[in-house]
Design a protein around this ligand. Structure first.
Ligand code: CA
Length: 227
């Protein structure tokens, strides 16, 4: 079983320290970032089970962070707000935050809220299920792929390949990385990087109108165009 990862995006250092300490005490892995941009990068990289998000952040604020995450993921977000007035904004804008607490809050209350959310979403599954880019939707739990709402049948390898590309969140993956991730233990047989190319070709054919989302990165490998 993988460890539950909590991403903390908050610029108040003393608060981050307290949060991290308490998350780790619960047996969760805590990753923190002190501005919204770094937070987004960490989100893509770490694929957290839950995000604790401060609203007022340097570079990219919590509202924008939430909007961007929600456009591609259902990962639960718990908002931290400094003022009661902000609560109206959170609710009014329908940002898709799962819950919020108003500062100052007790860590115990926060932890209880997190546990409730994780119970609801099923920790560890939340980030793996529901991946999306443009018209491509992938449900890792149900092993289902939809293109613009229509279900398409992919082979296991094509599915895994697409999943890796979606999980990389727009970053390029080398052919070697894909070979390792998708074929893994089978490596060393007659497989080489051309296997990846052949599968990408077939995957593109099945993606139909979304085929051009799978981009070839010259001399490197592939990446997915997110929007
Ligand atoms: Ca702040």
């Amino acid at each position: 079983m993988t460890m539950t990862t909590i991403l903390i995006v908050e610029d108040e250092k003393p608060l981050v320290k307290i949060l991290k300490y308490n998350m780790e005490k619960e047996g969760w892995r805590a990753v923190s970032c002190d501005d919204g941009e770094k937070g987004l990068d960490a989100f893509k990289r770490e694929r957290p089970d839950l995000v604790i998000l401060d609203l007022m952040l340097p570079k990219l604020d919590g509202f924008e962070f939430c909007r961007r995450v929600r456009s591609q993921s259902k990962t639960p977000i718990l908002m931290l707000t400094a003022r009661k007035e902000e609560v109206d904004s959170i609710l009014g804008l329908e940002l898709g935050a799962d819950d919020y607490v108003t500062k100052p809050f007790s860590v115990r209350e926060l932890t209880a809220r997190i546990k409730a959310i994780l119970r609801r979403t099923g920790a560890g599954e939340a980030s793996a299920a529901g991946l999306r880019a443009g018209g491509i939707e992938l449900d890792a739990e149900r092993y289902e792929t939809r293109i613009k709402g229509k279900s398409v049948a992919l082979s296991t390898k094509e599915f895994e390949l697409l999943k890796c590309l979606l999980e990389a969140g727009g970053r390029a993956l080398t052919r070697e990385q894909l070979l390792e991730k998708v074929w893994g233990y089978e490596k060393g047989l007659e497989l080489d990087t051309r296997t990846v190319d052949q599968h990408v070709k077939r995957l593109r054919e099945k993606l139909g109108s979304e085929a051009n989302r799978v981009l070839t990165v010259k001399n490197v490998g592939y990446r997915l165009k997110e929007d």
